[in-house]
Write a protein that binds this ligand. Sequence first.
Ligand code: MTE
Ligand code: MO
Length: 500
Amino acid sequence: MPFFLADLGFPVWLRATHWINVLFMGFMIRSGIQILASYPRLHWGKTARPGLEWLKFTRRKFRTDEYYITLEEEENASPVIAQPGGNSLGLGRHWHFFGAMFWLLNGLVYVVLLCVTGQYLRLVPSNWQIFPNAWQQMVQYMTFHPPMKSLYLGPYDPLQQLAYFAVVFLLAPFQIATAAAQSPAVEARFPWYVNLWGGRQSARSLHFLGLVAFIGFIIVHTGFVFIASDNGLPGLVSNFGDIIFGQHDTLHGPAVAIVLSMIILILAIYAVTSWLSQRFPTEAQKTMSVFIRPWMVLLARRSTSKQEYKPEDISDYFIINGFPPDSPEYLKGLWDGFKDYRLEIGGLVERPVSLTLDEIKAMRKQEQITKHNCIQGWSSIGQWGGVLVSDILDMVKPLPNAKYLVFRSYSKDNAGKEYFETIHIDVARHPQTILAYEMNGQPLPLAHGAPLRLRVEVLLGFKMVKWVRSIELVETYATVRDGLGGSREENKQYEQAVPI
Ligand SMILES: Nc1nc2c(c(=O)[nH]1)N[C@H]1C(S)=C(S)[C@@H](COP(=O)(O)O)O[C@H]1N2
Ligand SMILES: [Mo]
């Protein structure tokens, strides 16, 4: 053992980052469960094929023989285990990304200090002997024998050292990597990266297994913290002393009292923040979005889609979300092949136009086979044919102050108002942003947005308005309806920019 290993102690930064980590890990685990509840099925591969999930947390049957939308899949999560509880996917995601930001920042500080202070020696094995020793120690525990100090290669039990090392240097990076593999923007730009993990659904399943591993670690780790010690003191006294005061020789009572208060405080923070965000959803959404929005915007605008799946990748069942319009005007179009349909394009443009379906079909046509990623977690692959939004923009000539496109639909949103969504003009000009009138070589079916639907291959599904009625160019979406940027932003607290 290097002579100073035993003298490393538990410096104040180590104790502080440890507790900050506890708080933010909790936010992430809780909000992760919330996100899972919105589509409580796990699949392997690129797409979610109904009926072929390997694990599900719902009794509901996924129906493919009738008009079944995935919003019906959402389960209510208990606020005891989920942040903030209920079926608030939008808020769950805000908590997840908000938590992730601080968890990452704290983790970075921790790892850097770990390296520069030599504390890493406590965790990083430097001798293969650790594996046989860990095995022997495991046998000790399994046969209900006390740990053998002679097996230690450093200040920790070899099993403990391996577990800590794995959590910090393998499990945490694994969760970050599988999170990135679920981002449509990352996927659009680097399709090989997602395939490295076996596809979007595999990445989601692996991210879930990472969560299970974290929970398993936390249970065993805290269990041992309460009972195990190798200095004759009760585990709780010795270990609590170390993590609060950096020593276990004195202040035993205060150490125990402080740890228990910290745990109660952290649980109270989860309870209060969950309650507050359920009670004031829009305020919670706006507050957290201050922190996460800059990253979202950067990712959404900078990554352009280069997807091109193969015809054999096309899903034989493409999952549906959103109920179709029921207005007489729309139904008449369905009946007569949309002969009176007009796509209105106006707002901050030099030349507003109103296009018939035939005029749109006469424009340059683009076809693409891409993966659709719903915010709830499922994905399907389809082939789309339509017209580039950038070609339409060139036709109408946006004014210099036009920054956002508002897509309005014939259908209604969850609040019974018109479904609409906004995208930034840079995203609208991406090479795979199209208005599709064909799907898998056929005229766009009713369920998927007939006669025209938006495809934005770097964002999540809800931005891709179906049954499009009009496009308006605006300077800011702050003045459009409630000012949040779309129907789902208003009704379900989703973010305006959703590259992940
Ligand atoms: N008009 C309208 N467009 C919509 C929706 C909706 O409810 N209404 N749902 C959105 C969501 S959440 C998703 S995931 C996709 C689903 O597209 P699909 O049904 O073609 O799979 O459509 C998006 N476009
Ligand atoms: Mo969705």
